[in-house]
Design a protein. Structure first.
Length: 102
C-alpha cells in the first residue's frame, strides 16, 4: 500500500486525486478511523475513453491539530475484494496567532 503525506492548517482544504476507472463500477471509500477530519468527494473526472483512468478528487479538512492516518480503498460496493488502496497521513497544524502590539 502506498503512502502519501499531506499537510494543512486547521480548517484549510487539502485535496487529493486518486485514479479511478468509472466504467468498472469501483469507487474509492475512506476509513478515517474517527479522525477529526471532514472528507468530501468533490468530483469524479472521467476520461473520454472508458479504458482510460479518470480520477476521484477528495477534499480533506482537519478540525484539530495532529497527524491522522486515513485509508482509502478502491472497490465495488457489492464486493469485498479491494482493488487498490492508499494510505494518507494528514498533518494538521495549529494556525499561528499573531500577537497584538502594545
Amino acid at each position: 500500500m502506498s503512502t502519501q503525506r499531506l499537510a494543512s492548517d486547521i480548517g484549510q482544504i487539502c485535496r487529493i486525486a486518486l485514479p479511478a476507472y468509472p466504467g468498472s463500477g469501483a469507487s474509492w471509500y475512506v476509513d478515517s478511523a474517527n479522525a477529526p477530519v471532514r472528507i468530501t468527494l468533490e468530483k469524479t473526472v472521467s476520461e473520454s475513453s472508458p479504458s482510460k483512468a479518470g480520477s476521484q478528487v477528495f477534499a480533506l479538512v482537519g478540525e484539530a491539530p495532529g497527524d491522522y492516518e486515513l485509508r482509502f480503498v478502491l472497490k465495488r460496493a457489492w464486493e469485498n475484494e479491494v482493488r487498490n488502496s492508499r494510505r494518507v497521513v494528514l498533518q494538521v497544524r495549529q494556525v499561528a496567532r499573531r500577537g497584538s502590539a502594545h
